[in-house]
Design a protein around this ligand. Structure first.
Ligand code: DGJ
Length: 725
């Protein structure tokens, strides 16, 4: 592959990955234009770029930009890669400065460097071997500001990223009220915007909205990336399906309040502008100071929504999650939360752990309730002192007991939160986020600690780090069950997230082998920011398999299976009351990071054996399930969901019903991603007893064959193997 960034001529930059290209160039008046973002171009001759240049013609009520040779050029109709207000572009801007409503940035110089350029205090993607970064510096001398746009290529993943740095080169302090990570204008191919929306226990429901001449903004204002609106978004052609059509995916390596706007309109362009949510953002820059935005990542695919997902999956597996955990199979855990809630003691935990061993579990995770006066969610949060009434003999003895059984040990923390009824709050009420003249509001009976304070951060690093140093803990579940309130200062939400990153970096950076599972009331912070510190996330507090199918499918649009923590829980389910078979619950969790979340002491011996067999099967295919190519099958009948994980030679294919319509057999069974003749063997459940495997002739897998006969709430798992030659 040629260098991933080509400086084709003095003013043309070509960024390329395996299958896609971006071309940017300062236009005639020096504004940075986006000439191409799409299929990979083979640009041998810089003159070929002329065809990509926009027609400067403008019409009707526009403001023209005076300094060009063509006096009719209007910024409002140019395909830009950075834009501000005040000189005729009325679309969503990338930057806002209080008191300076006229800004005008033009090209100054560029630099190309190998690899990535990291930003202090912010997580970012790691380089692939051929990654390069293009820095383009723009400036507005009147405003006394410079903007450095950093574009990085991830050639193998087909992903690009962009950060924006704003430098105060003037003599006075300025306040930014908007600083987008990304802005670009794409030719309008007739797009739909797909967002992942939801709420607690009901996360990641895709909403597909037709984009017309309007603005659609996907945003969170809660201080977290949020389950209301995940920061990841897709922009796809109206006709795009799972397997066909062109489209783009965008996401932020960020865990706080965010906003991405899609604006269709004039000039047949669609503007995409995303980054920190401008609401409540106010950032002072003294002379000489800089502000660096979170990293935005983007991908293009001509292979439909599935193509966009797989690009991001590769990228996250290879460049986002911590290096130690890249492509490293995640352990099978048993988490005691839904098995015991707060009601446990050491003997109970050890009995559960003994059953867990019979199941083939590898790590026991002790959830909430092991510390302070924490017998319910009313008190004790913040008091990270082992509750020896419950854990007589102490944590060390419990961990020794669990490890003596052959299990690793994991521990739950919720370090960012504090109950008003806690020793820590009584000692340090000023550590909770509050306004001096107002009573702070509670959420789940708790406040949030002010992570913008260095003493609070130091306390958390020492406390959690101390546990990790004192005890052999291989897994930490980091929970956070609140949205931010009572934070008045501008920019607080961003400073809070910077504080969180500081704490996570200081705890887990020096201890890379500790597996950090993030959680925020389930998926309230399912984002690339926290994934940079820990490779998996507790996806939802809803463990009902029917609901989970939808939640996991939604989150898989943007995030790989290896990040999606999915547990088999008890039946009837605690959140919905729905009863389901063990096979069904297993089949729903197996394609992701599988775990168990129930009290196995309540399981009859036959169920222990059955789940144990299934876990053995899972472990044999774990790398394929967690890191294989993930294909969803387009829904062509209500109540059926299909997915496949494949490495091109082998596949696990899953077919589920959620409800059955009379007289409907459901859509065909397909195994996308695997070509050629194959054998398929159904495992477990009804129909699995057939002694011989199905022989599937070449051509059948993609198109599909008759669906397995399934009743309501049943699933079929297939092992599929390509016949070579
Ligand atoms: C919310 C989490 O999402 C649950 O899994 C559990 O850890 C509880 N908190 C414990 O309080």
């Amino acid at each position: 592959m040629p260098p991933s960034i080509q400086h084709l001529s003095p003013d043309v930059f070509h960024l390329q990955t395996r299958n896609s290209s971006i071309v940017v160039s300062p236009g005639e008046a020096g504004h940075l234009e986006l000439l191409w973002f799409g299929d990979r171009l083979h640009l041998a001759d810089p003159n070929q770029v002329a065809a990509l240049r926009p027609d400067p013609a403008t019409s009707g009520a526009t403001v023209t930009y005076g300094r060009t040779r063509d006096s009719l050029m209007s910024l409002h109709q140019q395909p830009l890669a950075f834009a501000t207000h005040g000189k005729g572009d009325f679309r969503e801007p990338a930057l806002g400065v209080v008191g300076q409503r006229v800004l005008d940035f033009t090209f100054r110089h560029h630099r190309i460097v190998d690899g990535v350029v990291a930003a202090d205090g912010l997580p970012g993607a790691d380089a692939e071997p051929e990654s390069q970064t293009l820095e383009i510096t723009l400036a507005d001398d009147v405003a006394g500001l410079e903007v450095v746009l950093r574009w990085t290529t991830f050639p193998h993943s087909d992903v690009f990223s962009r950060r924006t740095e704003i430098r105060n080169t003037g003599n006075g302090t300025v306040t930014l009220d908007r600083a987008a990570s990304l802005l670009l204008d794409l030719p309008d191919a007739g797009f739909d915007v797909i967002t992942l929306d939801g709420w607690w226990a009901n996360e990641a429901r895709p909403t597909r909205t037709r984009l017309g001449h309007q603005r659609i903004t996907n945003a969170s204002v809660t201080g977290s990336s949020s389950s209301e609106h995940n920061p990841g978004v897709l922009l796809v052609e109206h006709t795009a399906t799972e397997t066909s059509g062109r489209g783009y995916g965008f996401n932020l390596v960020y865990s706080g309040s965010h906003a991405t706007t899609f604006e269709g309109g004039r000039g047949n362009l669609v503007r995409v502008a995303g980054g920190i949510n401008p609401e409540g953002f106010g950032w002072e820059l003294a002379p000489g100071e800089s502000f660096i935005t979170p990293e935005a990542v983007m991908t293009y695919s001509s292979e439909g929504i599935g193509g966009i997902s797989r690009n991001f999956h590769r990228f996250i597996d290879d460049c986002i999650v911590p290096a130690h955990w890249r492509r490293r199979p995640r352990p099978v855990v048993l988490n005691n939360w839904e098995g015991t809630y707060f009601d446990f003691d050491a003997p109970t935990i050890l009995e559960i752990a003994e059953r867990a061993v019979e199941l083939g579990v590898e790590t026991f995770v002790l959830d909430d309730g092991w510390f302070g006066a924490r017998d319910d969610d009313l008190r004790g949060l913040g008091d990270w002192v082992v509750n020896t009434t419950k854990l007589e003999g102490g944590l060390g003895a419990l961990i020794d007991g669990v490890r003596a059984l052959g299990l690793d040990f994991g521990l739950w923390f919720e370090p960012e939160s504090i109950n008003p009824d806690s020793e820590l709050y009584r000692a340090h009420p000023e550590w909770a986020i509050h306004q001096p003249s107002r009573t702070p509001s509670e959420g789940r009976h708790q406040y949030l600690l002010d992570l913008t304070r260095s003493d609070v951060r130091d306390h958390l690093v020492t406390t959690v780090g101390g546990f990790l140093d004192e005890y052999p803990i291989s897994f930490v579940k980091w929970d956070m069950n609140r949205l931010i309130s009572d934070a008045a200062p501008d920019g607080f939400h961003h400073r809070y997230i910077l504080g969180l990153y500081d704490v996570l970096g200081r705890i887990f950076g020096p201890r890379p082998e500790v597996l950090l599972e993030n959680c925020s009331s389930g998926g309230n912070r399912f984002d690339l920011g926290v994934l940079s510190f820990g490779p998996q996330i507790w996806t939802s507090d809803c463990t009902d398999p029917v609901e989970r199918l939808a939640i996991q499918e939604g989150i898989s649009l943007l995030y790989p299976a290896s990040t999606i923590s999915a547990h088999v829980s008890a039946s009837p389910n605690h959140q919905t009351g729905r009863a389901s078979s063990l096979d069904y619950r297993f089949a729903v969790s197996a394609p992701y990071v599988f775990g168990v979340e129930l009290d196995p002491r309540t399981m009859p011996a036959a169920e222990i054996t059955a789940l144990g067999e299934r876990i053995t099967w899972y472990k044999q295919r774990r790398a394929l399930l967690q890191f294989g190519e993930h294909h969803r099958v387009e829904k062509r009948g209500d109540g059926r969901i299909q997915l496949t994980a494949t490495d091109g030679e082998r596949a696990v294919s899953a077919y589920y019903t959620t409800h059955i319509r009379p007289g409907s057999h459901g859509p065909v069974w397909q195994v996308p991603g695997l070509d050629g003749a194959a054998t398929a063997r159904r495992v477990f459940g009804e129909g699995a007893a057939e002694p011989t495997a199905l022989h599937l002739p070449d051509g059948v897998l993609g198109q599909g064959v008759a669906p397995p006969t399934l009743g309501e709430g049943e699933a079929a798992l297939f092992d599929v193997t390509r016949i070579s030659g």
